[in-house]
Ligand binder design. Structure first.
Ligand code: ADP
Ligand code: ADP
Length: 229
């Protein structure tokens, strides 16, 4: 399991405006670090740098100690599984959505991923299992059900690193608790970075980094930050 680190990362989208002001943090192998902060703090920018949509102006981002600038796009994508806020599903079966385009997606792997994402409770209510049609734009599934399919779609790759990018932000609070419990479970054996604007949507992080205006404003364990309000 690889660790992830940002080392003195300075980054801006435009000349003359710096967004990340020498950001450093480490996610030890297998640990779960959450990044929270208000809108505009720079959270998504961290995700974009991790996928190398952009490169830092200075400093570096490493996986397993290796500068990701030295890593191929293909291995970067294989290493990091993302669960985004709004997952677009294909108008096809649940199984197809989980396995789409992935060499790893054998029927056994799809079933294991579906189990990992706890899809079974909801497909019991549907006429069939993984053969069930998702329907036009996934509309036959609830938001939570769609998010479970998205989690399974990520799990089928068995990525050593998990990036949860506002993964429950679009859900109502009860559904959110269900999905958080699942994410907590599946993140246990992976290096995990979760990004959220609310502290309450972080499940089981070992450390919380509070970002503000491109800097780390605070860091600590979850209960300590909750006490601080
Ligand atoms: P967060 O995810 O915490 O809401 P972002 O990382 O999206 O914050 O944005 C951090 C800052 O970078 C904001 O001031 C935002 O306006 C700016 N920003 C984000 N994307 C771009 C872009 N493509 N071009 C220029 N500025 C951007
Ligand atoms: P793949 O099988 O190609 O890895 P993924 O669903 O993991 O498919 O996503 C492919 C790539 O698309 C990711 O590696 C990432 O670069 C990008 N991507 C997908 N969703 C997002 C998102 N919400 N934010 C940032 N990047 C994303």
């Amino acid at each position: 399991r690889p660790g992830v680190a940002f080392e003195n990362v300075v980054f801006g989208y435009e000349p003359g405006r710096t967004i990340l002001q020498g950001l450093s943090f480490a996610v030890p192998a297998g640990a779960h670090v959450a990044i929270v902060g208000p809108s505009g703090a720079g959270k998504s920018t961290i995700a974009r740098l991790l996928f190398r949509f952009y490169d830092p102006r200075s400093g570096r981002v490493t996986i397993d100690g290796q500068d990701i600038a030295q890593v191929t796009q293909a291995s970067l994508r294989a290493a990091i599984g993302i669960v985004p806020q709004d997952s677009v599903l294909f108008n096809d079966t649940i199984g197809y959505n989980i396995g789409y385009g992935r060499a790893e997606a054998t029927p056994e792997a799809i079933e294991a991923a579906a189990r990992g994402a706890a899809i079974w409770p909801f497909i019991e209510r549907l006429p069939a299992g993984l053969d069930t049609e998702v329907g036009e734009r996934g509309l036959k599934l609830s938001g939570g059900e769609k998010q479970r399919v998205a989690i399974a779609r990520t799990l089928v790759k068995d990525p050593p690193i998990l990036l949860l990018d506002e993964a429950t932000s679009a859900l109502d609070s009860r559904t959110e608790q269900d999905i958080l419990a699942t994410l907590h479970r599946v993140s246990r054996d992976r290096t995990t970075i979760s990004i959220a604007h609310r502290l309450s949507t972080i499940a089981g992080a070992d450390e919380i980094l509070v970002m503000d205006q491109g800097r780390l404003a605070e860091r600590g364990s979850h209960p300590a930050l909750l006490r601080a309000g």
